[in-house]
Design a protein around this ligand. Structure first.
Ligand SMILES: [Zn+2]
Length: 428
């Protein structure tokens, strides 16, 4: 289907038509139909700059679903964009070789993409070639923007204006002031409108990383800290602002950010996000793990302290009651440096104990901690490493890396850009 995209900015009104794959909502299944790129075949045909760029933009998700005939053109378009995004500048012939599409199909799709302003010709490639020089193509990655919002923290919303290659070119914060439910929805809408109007380029979509359980259509099924229960946030924002909006769990969003812009390994990544609550995102064997009820990675409400504090969910001693950012900061008030380190090591041991069977069951190779570095990066992280090493067999723990998220504070903002890239352009 076709969707009219508008910038929402009075200075840069409606700009173009983009094909939206299977509806305007973010669709992981569609995202996963993207064919894995034949990197080796391509690399031999690319300039050095393209190789560097491919490394910078990380890896792609593995295909796991069939492509239906009615989606073929959109699928092919996504294949071409995927090549340009990860390996551009690149020639039409190289795209055809890597995707298996005919040169005629590639040329037709490229012509449309050029007319939309998404792709441009960058001159010819002559070095090391025999015969007619090939025209190189590239995506106009800074000609469009994506608006992204991170709702992980309890007291503030973080907002970004992000390029198609994940660079945050403008950053804003909005105090939450204790708002929940409908008031919070209105605050998020207002913040998104502000960010869209601040963008100096046309906005192709809005991406939001929200705490809680979020389904594939961008409905927040359950986010107690926000007072959201079955709130169709993506639908509300799409219809209110007139811009395609994609919403996903914040930890899943962080995992996609680390995959696309942080070079994380998609075969076994676990990212733990610590903010107002605690969550985890998982990439296993090239796919984002979602679970039966879209709640995979919801480790925050696993009981880790038998006689612990009452949690926001009503239960006792959940991981969130000791590991959330407010819980950690509160627990350190009036403690000596030594005491503070001991407490952080204690919480790290609880987290390591909880993660060990998960790491073992899925043979995770990389664990990333995302959240306030002042409390996470130090005795807490070191204690997680020690605990996991003690509790798992060498076949699991050897080579296991447990570190802070490489994208730092921007991980959800940049990951939310991936929601839009995959939802609107088929690029991940
Ligand atoms: Zn709980």
């Amino acid at each position: 289907m076709e969707a009219l995209l508008c910038s929402g900015n009075p200075h840069t009104p409606v700009v173009s038509h983009f094909t939206v794959l299977r509806g305007s909502h973010f669709d992981y299944e569609r995202c996963l139909t993207l064919t894995r790129v034949n990197k080796e075949g391509l690399l031999t045909n690319m300039a050095t700059t393209s190789e560097q760029r491919a490394q910078r933009l990380g890896r792609v998700l593995r295909p796991s679903a069939k492509v239906l005939p009615e989606h073929a053109r959109a699928h092919n378009r996504a294949l071409v964009l995927q090549q340009l995004f990860h390996f551009g500048p690149i020639s039409r012939a190289s795209i055809a070789r890597a995707t298996g599409l005919t040169r005629v199909t590639v040329s037709d799709l490229v012509a449309v993409l050029i007319s939309e302003g998404l792709v441009e010709e960058l001159g010819t490639q002559t070095a090391g070639r025999v015969g007619k020089p090939a025209t190189l193509l590239g995506m106009r990655t800074s000609a469009f923007h994506i608006v992204t919002v991170d709702l992980t923290a309890g007291d503030i919303m973080r907002g970004g204006i992000v390029t198609l290659t994940g660079d945050v070119v403008d950053y804003r914060e909005q105090p939450v002031d204790g708002q929940t439910g409908q008031d919070m929805t209105e605050l998020v809408t207002k913040f998104c409108r502000l960010l869209v109007s601040a963008s100096k380029q046309p906005v192709i979509g809005i991406g939001i990383g929200s705490p809680g359980v979020v389904d594939a259509a961008g409905t927040v099924v359950n986010a107690p800290n926000r007072g959201w229960y079955n709130v169709p946030l993506a639908e509300i924002l799409t219809s209110t602002l007139g811009i395609p909006t994609h919403v996903a769990n914040d930890a899943d969003t962080a995992a996609l950010g680390e995959l696309t812009f942080g070079g994380a390994d998609p075969d076994g990544l676990l990212i733990v996000t610590v903010g107002e609550g605690v969550g985890a995102g998982l990439l296993v064997d090239g796919s984002l793990v979602r679970g039966v009820n879209h709640a995979a990675g919801e480790i925050g409400h696993v009981q880790v302290v038998e006689d612990g504090a009452t949690c926001a969910c009503g239960r006792i001693g959940c991981l969130e009651t000791v590991l959330s950012a407010p819980a950690l900061h509160e627990a350190l008030v009036n403690r000596s440096t030594e005491d503070a380190a001991a407490h952080l090591a204690y919480v790290g041991k609880l987290l390591g104990t909880l993660l060990s069977p998960v790491i073992s069951a899925l043979n995770i190779g990389e664990v990333l901690l995302s959240g306030p570095a002042d409390v996470l990066d130090g005795p807490l992280r070191e204690s997680v490493v020690e605990t996991v090493n003690q509790r798992t067999m060498p076949a699991i723990s050897s080579g296991l890396s447990i570190s802070m998220a490489t994208l730092g504070q921007d991980v959800v903002l940049r990951g939310a850009a991936v929601l839009v890239l995959s939802g609107q352009l088929g690029v991940s």
